[in-house]
Design a protein around this ligand. Structure first.
Ligand SMILES: Nc1ncnc2c1ncn2[C@@H]1O[C@H](COP(=O)(O)OP(=O)(O)O)[C@@H](O)[C@H]1O
Ligand SMILES: [Mg+2]
Length: 462
C-alpha cells in the first residue's frame, strides 16, 4: 500500500481559535486511512497570499475557506485551483460571490417556504458612473416609501439585501422610521421585511455538509451569550423541519457550511436569514457549542479530502423544482427536498466513513478541549476581541463553558453503568454541576449589556 498525503489548506483572515483546535486535533489523530490501494494521511497548513502562476498546480486537495468571500485576490486563486487542479473548497466560490441573501429569499419562496413579506428598494446613493444620470432620469421611478412599508406591514426591518453581522439593520414602526432608515442607508440596496414580532422562538441552525445543529438564539443577549445552551426548546418534528430546510438551502446553493436563522410565530417557521455561508465559528460566540463545530469541520473536511469527493461546480436546481410541482403537504415536501440534499452531501457514506475511520475523534477531541493548548486557543481569540482588563475573566469563562461541554460529552458517550465512575473526574464534574445550576462567572459590565437588534449596527466578530 502506498502512503499518500492529502493536503488541506486553511484559508483564513482573523480566525485564530478554531484553526488551532483543528490543526492540533488532526495532528493528534495521526490518521492513516485505507482508501483503495493507499493509506491516506493528512497535512494541514494555512494558505498564504502571494502571486501565483496559472500554469503551476495548486498544492491543496481541499481548502477550508473563510477568506475569499471578501478578499477578491484569493477568490480568483481558489477559483483557479478548483477549475485547473481539482481542489475541493468549502464553499463554492462562484455561488458565494453571486448569491446574496436576496437570492436565498427568492429560492425559499420558489420552494414554497414562508419567508416574511419582503420588498426591495433601489439605493439612495450611487457610485458615480458615466451613464448613471441619464439612466436614472429616464428610468428610475419615484416611489413612496410609506406605501412600501404599509404593503409589507409594520413593524418591519430595513436591512441590506446582501446583509451580514447586523450591519445597517433597523427596525421600523412607521413611515417616519422608514424615511429615517432609508436616509442612512447610503449606497446599500435595502430589503424591507415584515417583522416576525413577537416571535415564540428564534433558532440558528448550523449546517456543515450533512451535519446540523439547531441552537436557540437570543438576539437581545450580549454577544457572547446569544447562542443559548437550552435544550428541549422545540419539538423533534420542528427540529427536523429546520434542519431539512437548512440542508436544502445549503445543497441548493452548493454551500458546505452555512448558518440559518428562523423565527417561529403562531406555529409557522419563517426563515429570515439563510445566507451566512461563512458562519461564525469563534469560541467567543459559540462557547459550549464550539467543540461541536470544530469536530464538524474536521469530520467533513477529512471525509471530502480522503475520498477525493468531487466538487459540485455547477448548481442544479431542477430536481428541487420537480418536487415543488408535486404539490405535496408542506412538511412532506420539505422532507423530499432534504432527501435530495442528503444525497448530495453523500450522507450515508459520510456516516460510514466517520464510524470506520474517525472512531477516535470523540475521545481525542474531548481530551484536547481540556488541555492548556485549548485554553491558549481561547485566549488568542479573547485577546483579539476584548479589552486587556477582561482577558483573564473571559478566557476563564469560555474555557469553563468548554469544560461543561466536555463533561456532558463524556457522560453522553459513557456506557450506562460506567456513568457514575465519571464522577471521579473532579474537574469535569465540577464543570458539569456548574452547568446544571446555570451558574455563570460574573462578566465584566461592558459586555453584559444587551444590544438590541432594533437599531443594531455592530459588525459580527468572525
Ligand atoms: N423579519 C424579521 N423579523 C424579526 N426580526 C428580524 C427580521 N429581520 C431581521 N430581524 C432581526 O435583525 C437581526 C439581523 O437581521 P438579519 O437578516 O439576520 O441580518 P444579518 O444578515 O445582518 O445578520 C436578526 O438576527 C433579527 O434579530
Ligand atoms: Mg443574521
Amino acid at each position: 500500500m502506498a502512503r499518500v498525503t492529502r493536503k488541506i489548506g486553511l484559508s483564513l483572515g482573523a480566525d485564530v481559535d478554531w484553526p488551532k483546535a483543528y490543526e492540533e486535533i488532526v495532528a493528534k489523530l495521526d490518521l492513516s486511512i485505507p482508501i483503495g490501494r493507499d493509506k491516506v494521511g493528512f497535512h494541514v497548513e494555512r494558505t498564504s497570499i502571494e502571486p501565483y502562476d496559472l500554469q503551476a498546480p495548486a498544492k491543496y486537495d481541499l481548502v477550508v475557506d473563510r477568506l475569499t468571500h471578501w478578499y477578491p485576490f484569493q477568490r480568483e486563486w481558489i477559483k483557479k485551483a478548483v477549475i485547473l487542479d481539482g481542489t475541493y473548497v468549502f464553499n463554492n466560490p462562484w455561488s458565494v460571490q453571486s448569491m446574496e441573501k436576496h437570492t436565498t429569499y427568492c429560492a425559499l419562496m420558489a420552494l414554497g417556504i414562508p419567508i416574511p413579506r419582503t420588498a426591495i428598494i433601489p439605493p439612495k446613493e450611487y457610485e458615480p458612473k458615466a451613464d448613471l444620470d441619464v439612466t436614472l432620469q429616464r428610468y428610475a421611478k419615484f416611489f413612496d416609501l410609506g406605501q412600501i412599508g404599509a404593503q409589507v406591514g409594520y413593524p418591519a426591518f430595513m436591512k441590506p439585501y446582501d446583509g451580514g453581522g447586523w450591519f445597517g439593520v433597523t427596525k421600523v414602526d412607521d413611515d417616519i422610521g422608514m424615511w429615517s432608515a432609508y436616509e442612512k442607508s447610503g449606497k446599500s440596496i435595502m430589503h424591507v421585511q415584515h417583522g416576525v414580532l413577537p416571535h415564540d422562538l428564534f433558532v440558528r441552525c448550523i449546517g456543515f455538509g450533512p451535519q446540523t445543529k439547531t441552537i436557540l438564539y437570543d438576539p437581545g443577549a450580549p454577544l457572547h451569550m446569544r447562542y443559548t445552551t437550552k435544550s428541549d426548546f422545540m419539538s423533534a418534528k420542528d427540529q427536523q423541519l429546520i434542519e431539512d430546510i437548512t440542508l436544502t438551502i445549503n445543497a441548493f446553493f452548493g454551500w458546505d457550511f452555512n448558518s440559518c436563522e428562523a423565527l417561529l410565530k403562531e406555529h409557522v417557521w419563517h426563515p429570515i436569514d439563510f445566507a451566512n455561508p461563512c458562519p461564525d465559528s469563534q469560541v467567543t460566540s459559540l462557547h459550549w457549542h464550539w467543540p461541536w463545530l470544530v469536530k464538524s469541520y474536521i469530520r467533513w473536511s477529512l471525509f471530502c479530502a480522503a475520498t477525493k469527493r468531487p466538487m459540485r461546480v455547477n448548481l442544479d436546481w431542477q430536481p428541487f423544482f420537480e418536487v415543488r410541482k408535486r404539490n405535496l403537504p408542506y412538511r412532506k415536501m420539505v422532507a423530499e427536498y432534504a432527501k435530495i440534499a442528503r444525497a448530495r452531501f453523500d450522507t450515508v457514506n459520510f456516516e460510514k466513513f466517520c464510524a470506520k475511520h474517525l472512531s477516535k475523534l470523540d475521545e481525542v477531541a474531548n481530551e484536547w478541549f481540556g488541555s492548556d493548548a485549548c485554553r491558549d486557543a481561547i485566549r488568542l481569540k479573547v485577546v483579539a476581541l476584548f479589552p486587556a482588563h477582561e482577558h483573564d475573566a473571559f478566557t476563564q469563562h469560555f474555557f469553563d463553558e468548554v469544560q461543561a461541554w466536555r463533561a456532558a460529552d463524556l457522560a453522553s458517550r459513557a456506557p450506562r453503568r460506567k456513568k457514575k465512575s465519571a464522577r471521579s473526574r473532579p474537574v469535569v464534574i465540577q464543570a458539569a454541576a456548574k452547568r446544571m445550576r446555570r451558574v455563570r462567572r460574573p462578566v465584566p459590565k461592558s459586555r453584559s449589556k444587551a444590544v438590541k437588534p432594533a437599531k443594531v449596527v455592530a459588525r459580527s466578530r468572525r
